[in-house]
Design a protein around this ligand. Structure first.
Ligand code: TIU
Length: 220
């Protein structure tokens, strides 16, 4: 057990039972001309999380610990896309439409895949999720249970949407979550800040919030 500096109090890391969960670092959200930018967002807001994630991923892999990646997206026939989500996902392009990097948020398309800087290594599970939370309609809980994982270090995008939803789902399932501020990002600076404050408020109501440097130092 190692104490990691965090809000609202140190996170007691049990590394052997911890997994790094990297949420939705996909080309369509992070790369210029992807879906995120076409919706009118400034992707530089998200890109600043790439290098901190790279450093952490390197240290986490070097320590021999479990890494899991997620991707938000849908089946090519759109059978897993609720009409309610489809109707609210329309900017210049909607989910399933042909975009600059293939069909938007469709599994198998270039834009749906993870950015090269954080590409999964062989053997690292990639969880494809149709919703914002990584536990909904996926086998993530089974994977974690089978590996005896009790703690999650959560990073990725966006802080207030898929990261926040996933942390709430994980908390209800009994996992302790450490969310790393510099490894998460939002298109909206104030949502990033408030999204993290919501997690750690009321004595860590959903989880803890820390910085990657403190975790990397503890990993040695
Ligand atoms: N991964 C994730 O957060 N998906 C989103 O749709 N986020 C937005 O902020 N739109």
């Amino acid at each position: 057990m190692t104490d990691i500096a965090a809000e609202p109090f140190p996170f007691r890391l049990d590394a052997a039972r911890a997994a790094l969960l990297i949420i939705d670092m996909q080309r369509d959200f992070l790369e210029p001309s992807g879906f995120g930018e076409l919706l009118g967002n400034d992707v530089t807001m998200l890109r600043r999380a790439i290098q901190p994630n790279r450093r952490l991923l390197h240290a986490w892999r070097a320590a021999g610990l479990m890494v899991i990646h997620t991707r938000e997206g849908h089946r090519p026939d759109l059978t897993d896309l609720p009409a309610s989500k489809k109707s609210r996902s329309r900017g210049a392009l909607g989910i399933g439409d042909q975009g600059p990097m293939g069909r938007v948020l469709i599994r198998g398309e270039a834009g749906h895949d993870i950015i090269p800087e954080l590409y999964p290594a062989p053997g690292e599970p990639v969880v494809d999720k149709p919703g914002k939370g990584a536990f909904f309609a996926t086998d993530l809980h089974a994977i974690l249970h089978n590996r005896d994982i009790a703690q999650l270090v959560v990073t990725g995008v966006t802080t207030e949407v898929c990261v926040n939803t996933t942390v709430r789902e994980a908390n209800d399932r009994g996992y302790e979550c450490l969310v790393l501020e510099d490894c998460c990002a939002s298109y909206f600076a104030e949502f990033h800040e408030i999204g993290l404050r919501m997690i750690a408020a009321q004595g860590a109501i959903f989880g803890w919030v820390g910085q990657s440097d403190d975790l990397i130092t503890a990993l040695g």
